[in-house]
Design a protein around this ligand. Structure first.
Ligand SMILES: [Fe+2]
Length: 227
């Protein structure tokens, strides 16, 4: 007669197997995120500050704004991959040095929707895809693609909007020199409440100032000599 299986052992084995599968799933998802991020680097779509630094800023701001720990993975992914839709915009437009025509501008402005359409296909990244969709909205409703206003814009999108603008302003591009940190901070503040969320700015500006101090320290000069 066959021995009766021990149900307790079966359950323990199943729990172990489920855990293994969950870990495999997370590892696979993380690899996909890293691979897409690598692709953005290769396409030169990420701006000057390395994209991991952008994600680090987003996480620091999110923590300062008391976002729950379990939401931070989505924040990190959205900060890394919010511009992934730019792969759908021709390089000749993305890297154009001169002014854009209205048609070119409207094509570039489609990139948040393209980002959403890519990220939403990742199981478990639906939230991050929505944050990417709204990262060019403005507090006064003049942004795109949906013209959302104020707190209707997801908080994570408001965070990405600020750190992305700062990164773009201070980064050197092939056709222009990056702005000094102090000037970039002044410009953020000038658009407080219209483009940028004042609460997010309040959380981010000390981080940006620290960043400037670190850059100057690394260059062997001082903030006061330059500001
Ligand atoms: Fe963008």
């Amino acid at each position: 007669m066959a021995a009766t299986a021990n149900p307790a052992l079966d359950v323990a084995g199943l729990v172990l197997r489920i855990k293994e599968l969950e870990e495999q799933h997370l590892a696979f998802r993380n690899s996909l995120v890293c691979a897409f991020n690598q692709m953005l680097d290769l396409k030169d779509i990420n701006t000057g500050v390395h994209s991991t630094r952008l994600a680090e800023w987003a996480l620091r701001v999110a923590r300062k704004l008391d976002m729950p720990e379990e939401s931070l993975y989505q924040v990190e992914v959205a900060a890394l991959l919010h511009d992934i839709g730019k792969i759908g915009v021709p390089d000749a437009i993305l890297k154009k040095a001169g002014p854009l025509t209205p048609e070119e501008r409207s094509l570039i402005n489609r990139h948040p929707e393209y980002s959403w359409s890519i990220l939403r296909l990742f199981p478990g990244l639906e939230e991050a895809s929505l944050y990417a969709l709204h990262h060019h909205e403005s507090m006064d409703g003049t942004g795109y693609p949906a013209g959302l206003k104020g707190s209707d814009i997801p908080l994570v999108s408001r965070i990405i909007c600020v750190i992305d603008a700062f990164d773009a302003m201070v980064s050197n591009r092939c056709y222009r020199q990056g702005l000094p940190h102090s000037e970039a901070i002044s410009r953020l503040l000038r658009s407080s409440g219209t483009q940028f969320d004042p609460g997010v700015l309040q959380a981010f500006i000390p981080i940006a100032e620290q960043e400037a101090a670190d850059v100057f320290a690394a260059a062997g000069t001082s903030m006061t000599a330059v500001l």
